[in-house]
Design a protein around this ligand. Structure first.
Ligand code: SIN
Length: 279
């Protein structure tokens, strides 16, 4: 792709770009990043000089920034959410496979995560490629999935009696009264690449429309086990000032919680998407 060095990160997922400073990139480079993120799912960058105002300026070049209802924000830059774990805390944010904001009617297009403080070891983020996971399903199952929609919610996570309310992150999260639910096709046609991708995720998808809980669980669990296979995933080990830019319509991610006794702080921007369309 032109002059950017885009090197596949693993056979399953992602690409590393090592010759670009995001704060000073050109409009052509932003277009290439947009295209590459929809192709590789996630792009990784090291040694970025991207203080919060540059993070925000860079994010806005991709579209409107969506403010996360639940996370704490930077006082000066409310569009930037903090993904924070203090050294005495046990729970982390985003510790299970998920897609950001799939519980919104118009889910986020992408997210840009900047590492501000990383533990001395651990704290990696894993990504999964939902194009590849879809492509490898049988034609028979694909056909069934094309006709289905699924319900996504955040109540069971962020609601008043949800998962986080029972953890040591409870005081750090907000918006317990602004939970939401949305329905999306189980397989979407990616709005930029035109490729088909699975669009269900273990954290937010609560059922298949019109199916019982048991039926939904059986199908969803099969799809989750399938998509989480290592051949579709990659693991990114953070350094301070590393950045990941991902496309939420074709990836999952989770933050590994294996650094107890140390703090980790990431700044996240989420970019507005478009309504998702099925096959
Ligand atoms: C997130 O789930 O968006 C945050 C991921 C991370 O902290 O690595």
């Amino acid at each position: 792709m032109q002059h950017l060095s885009i090197v596949p990160f693993s056979s399953g997922c992602g690409a590393l770009i090592d010759n670009l400073q995001l704060a000073t990139c050109t409009d052509t480079e932003v277009d290439l990043l947009r295209q590459a993120s929809s192709e590789f799912g996630v792009l990784f960058f090291r040694n970025q000089v991207l203080p919060p105002h540059e993070h925000l300026r860079f994010g806005r070049r991709f579209g409107n920034v969506v403010v996360n209802k639940f996370f704490q924000h930077l006082t000066e830059y409310p569009e930037i959410a903090e993904v924070r774990k203090e050294k005495q805390q046990e729970t982390n944010i985003g510790g299970g496979w998920h897609t950001d904001h799939s519980y919104d009617d118009i889910p986020a297009m992408g997210s840009i995560l900047v590492a501000r403080q990383v533990p001395s070891r651990g704290g990696a983020t894993h990504f999964a490629n939902l194009y590849a996971a879809y492509d490898d399903l049988s034609d028979g199952l694909k056909k069934v999935l094309h006709s289905l929609t699924a319900i996504h919610s955040n109540d069971h996570l962020y609601g008043e009696s949800g998962y986080y309310a029972k953890t040591d992150l409870a005081n750090q999260l907000q918006g317990q009264d602004s939970v939401s639910e949305a329905t999306h096709p189980v397989v979407i046609v990616h709005p930029r690449s035109g490729r088909k991708a699975l669009y269900v995720n273990p954290a937010h998808t609560i059922g298949i429309t019109g199916w019982s809980q048991e039926e939904s669980r059986a199908l969803l669990n099969y799809l989750y086990e399938h998509a989480a296979q290592s051949k579709y995933t990659c693991q990114f080990n953070w350094e301070t000032d590393s950045v990941a830019l991902w496309d939420n319509r074709c990836t999952w991610h989770f933050a590994q919680n294996d650094y107890h006794g140390e703090a980790r702080l990431m700044h996240r921007l989420t970019i507005e998407g478009t309504r998702l369309v099925g096959v």
